[in-house]
Ligand binder design. Structure first.
Ligand code: MRU
Length: 360
């Protein structure tokens, strides 16, 4: 029997949050982003004072992970706004900045979701420019704060599942670095670890950008969670050996029928999990659920630069003449998913009904 989780103010939750890295901090005037490209070697920050710097940071994956790019874009949309001219001019500049930010990455719906909230504030506003800036700042801070609470709720809903299956496999990074704090897929893992569950996490390295090996292993290590990094191609044999009790991953967009877009490689894991009869869970906030997209084949999948796979001049991994295909995400059909955990609870199939009920 493990100690029960009691309330937000539990000291151990606070202590654990102190151990975890923060990807986004807002000073009141500028945005500080942990440069995730450099982890785990260096902890360096980008200071953004203009919207285009945030856009660049999102494109280059300085900040990444669906909820984190939504939060960063919300702050980015208001950076550098000229509040000393007319209200119309300020709204126009805001709209341009929001459009640029939205185009930075297409797959994670949290980006457009957060910007839609910011735009709703600007659209309906009729007052002075400094007041509009104040309202936009409050909205961005609220998006940021809400995300912290959502992560905790996701963690609490998924905690009994991790207690049942303490040998976990995860892919990419859906931890503290990918959100405001705590994470989505990693939230129940942190809560379970802190409440004394003897768990172990298999961390898929996540080719080609190694978000698992570089980021998930980094933050699990910081929090003292026992884990082992494997290459993506080892997942099948680790499962075959009976060493994985459950798989849990994050999501970039969940369609109305429960199909899930997430980091490339997620689909392969879901197929394997079905073969080995291992439950496969997705954890995400409601802002990742996109009921306007009826099924996964309508989700735009971002394709990224060939150099992410081939390496650079400094170290070529692929012949210069070989074509390369580099989709950043794939879509896992709802039929392969055991449950989707959101702040509303553990949603089970049929997902068209459970998602609509919880997030419609
Ligand atoms: O390309 P990335 O690193 O932004 O991809 C991130 C993922 O696919 C995550 O699993 C997803 O955004 C969920 S983060 C809570």
């Amino acid at each position: 029997v493990y100690p029960a989780i009691v309330s937000d103010s539990d000291l151990w939750v606070e202590v654990m949050l102190d151990e975890l890295p923060r990807s986004i901090s807002w000073s009141g005037e500028n945005l500080k982003l942990l440069d995730q490209r450099l982890l785990p070697e260096k902890e360096e920050y980008w200071l953004c004072e203009r919207s285009d710097q945030v856009e660049d940071a999102i494109r280059q994956l300085v900040v990444r992970g669906a909820p984190a790019i939504g939060i960063a874009a919300a702050y980015g949309s208001l950076l550098g706004l000229n509040s000393s001219g007319s209200l119309d001019a300020m709204k126009c500049q805001f709209r341009e900045q929001a459009d640029q930010l939205e185009a930075a990455r297409p797959t994670a719906v949290n980006l457009s979701w957060a910007l839609a909230r910011m735009c709703a504030v600007a659209d309906g506003f009729d007052g002075s420019c400094p007041e509009l800036l104040q309202r936009l700042t409050s909205e961005a801070q609220q998006i940021h704060e809400e995300d912290k609470q959502l992560c905790l709720q996701i963690g609490r809903h998924a905690l009994p599942i991790v207690r049942q299956y303490p040998n976990v496999l995860t892919h990419c990074n859906a931890g503290s670095l990918a959100v405001s704090e705590l994470g989505t897929a990693l939230a129940p893992i942190y809560l379970a670890h802190e409440s004394g569950v003897p768990l172990h996490v298999w961390v898929d390295e996540t080719r080609p950008l190694f978000q698992g090996a570089r980021l998930t292993a980094f933050e699990l290590g910081r929090a003292g969670v026992p884990h082992t990094v494997i290459t993506d191609s080892m997942a099948a044999s680790v499962m075959a050996a009976g060493k994985v009790g459950m798989v849990i991953v994050g999501a970039d967009r969940v369609a109305a029928n429960g199909d899930v877009a997430n980091k490339i490689g997620t689909l392969g894991l879901a197929v394997l999990a079905q073969h080995f009869d291992i439950p496969f869970y997705v954890a995400c906030p409601g802002s990742t659920v996109d009921l306007s997209t009826s099924e996964g084949n309508q989700i735009q999948i971002e394709e990224r630069a060939r150099e992410e796979i081939t390496g650079s001049d400094a170290g070529q991994l692929v012949p210069i003449t070989s074509p390369v295909f580099n989709p950043a995400f794939d879509v896992t059909p709802a039929a392969l998913i055991t449950a989707i955990v959101t702040e509303q609870g553990v949603l089970k199939p049929p997902f068209n009904l459970s998602l609509e009920k919880a997030h419609g």
